[in-house]
Design a protein around this ligand. Structure first.
Ligand code: DSN
Length: 422
């Protein structure tokens, strides 16, 4: 199949928009996509997302809807729920949250009252906005207290977390985040939540696919609630799920609908069901293991080239580089790498002296390149491109960035992307 993919009806009805989608298909095919929260979904997931399920309203839950005509929709949602329960070994799953932030907001609605104390990792330390950070509704409507990582190790200090939890007695404790290169110790968080009487919420959005594939420990049975998006390492459509023990099922369902949302996006529910089916197959285990193996190999190659990595490396899919020793700000590096066909995001690093919109770090990860079939043998080349790209960013050498872009496109042409190939 050659790009752009055929979208005959769209091309006829709206050629301008069709051309933009074609441009994006080519961009995703030609570049080395290293943003750790992105991936490539399969053609099957893409097809399920673009169906007549789009046309249906179904507020409520299977068997308890406010609209008729749910003969097929109920079966789709029940299939997605059953697959989520089976894959993650949970008693309850809600597949309706529109995305990660609404999913987390539903958890607040289910278990806390406005003004209650909640606890999560600080955003600049690697947490998420919705874990009680000040600029988010969760930090404005609740009293967020935040833990971080140690400056000397880049790792969570569980003595600090315990002390804070026992002092503040939060209603909710969130673990997980968006820039955490190390294994999350769910058992340690579970103990602290029990001691302090908090509900433990494991936000596994980044690592859900690794958990499903056996490449990261599961938060079951330590977490009361598991929140996840479906489009990161899990390789599904843009959506989310909340999972829990049966005792919390009613509270969670009520919070999602009617508490927070209206009709579920049934086309997304269907695509989540497909992704869960794919994640339950043996090749997905290999995929999850390869994501981690690639990240570890890439971290080693970067360390060998003098890069400073937060926590000294990685246990998962994600690497957080502190570019301070390279004398190149994260944003300058990210924009230069983009011109070189390497797509990353600039990111704060723990204890960053720079501002969030102009931070010291760059965050990278291996979910997308692994989906295209790149292996540990390619990571030296990837690290070399990053090294040359960051150096060129510092010196302003656009010719080098152009050379890297051609080399990247040449390699990626040999590794067609799922969803963009037949
Ligand atoms: N935006 C996601 C990420 O990139 O990690 C988190 O919500």
């Amino acid at each position: 199949m050659t790009l752009p993919l055929p979208h005959p009806a769209l091309s006829a009805a709206d050629p301008e928009l069709a051309a933009l989608i074609g441009d994006e298909e080519r961009l995703q095919a030609d570049t080395l996509r290293l943003i750790p929260s992105e991936n490539y979904v399969s053609r099957a997931v893409l097809e399920a997302s673009g169906t007549v399920l789009q046309n249906k309203y179904s507020e409520g839950y299977p068997g308890r809807r406010y609209y008729e005509g749910q003969q097929n929709i109920d079966k789709v949602e029940l299939l997605a729920i059953a697959r989520a329960k089976e894959l993650f070994g949970v008693e309850h799953a809600n597949v309706q949250p529109y995305s990660g932030s609404p999913a987390n907001l539903a958890v607040y609605l289910a278990f806390a009252e406005p003004g209650d104390t909640v606890m999560g990792m600080a955003l600049p330390m690697g947490g998420h906005l919705t874990h009680g950070w000040g600029v988010s509704a969760t930090g404005k409507w609740f009293r967020g207290v935040q833990y971080g990582v140690r400056q000397d190790t880049g790792r969570i200090d569980f003595d600090e977390v315990r002390e804070l939890a026992l002092k503040e007695r939060p209603k909710l404790i969130f673990c997980g985040g968006t820039a955490l290169p190390r294994t999350i110790d769910f058992a340690a968080f579970g103990e602290i939540a029990q001691e302090s009487g908090a509900i433990l919420v494991a936000d596994v959005a980044h690592i859900a696919g690794l958990i499903a594939g056996g490449a990261h420990p599961s938060p079951v049975p330590y977490a009361d609630v598991i929140s996840t998006t479906t489009h990161k390492t899990l390789r599904g459509p843009r959506g989310a799920m909340l999972m829990s023990r049966e005792e919390h099922a009613k509270a969670i369902d009520k919070a999602v609908f009617p508490g927070l949302q209206g009709g579920p996006h049934n086309q997304t529910t269907a695509a989540i069901a497909v992704a869960l089916h794919e994640a339950a197959q043996a090749p997905f285990r290999t995929y999850a293991e390869s994501v981690v193996a690639n990240a570890k190999a890439l971290a080693d190659e970067l360390l060998a080239r003098g890069f400073e990595l937060v926590s000294g490396g990685t246990d998962n899919h994600l690497i957080l580089m502190d570019l301070t020793p390279k004398n190149v700000p994260g944003k300058v590096a990210a924009k230069a790498l983009d011109r070189a066909g390497i797509v990353v995001n600039y990111n704060t690093v723990p204890y960053d002296p720079r501002k969030p919109f102009d931070p010291s770090g760059v965050r990278i990860g291996t979910p997308s390149l692994t989906s295209r079939g790149l292996g540990t043998q390619h990571m030296a080349a990837v690290a070399e491109w990053i090294d040359r790209g960051v150096t060129a960013a510092g010196s302003g050498d656009e010719d080098v960035l152009g050379e890297i872009r051609s080399e990247v496109a040449e390699l990626m042409a040999g590794y067609p992307a799922p969803g963009l190939s037949a």
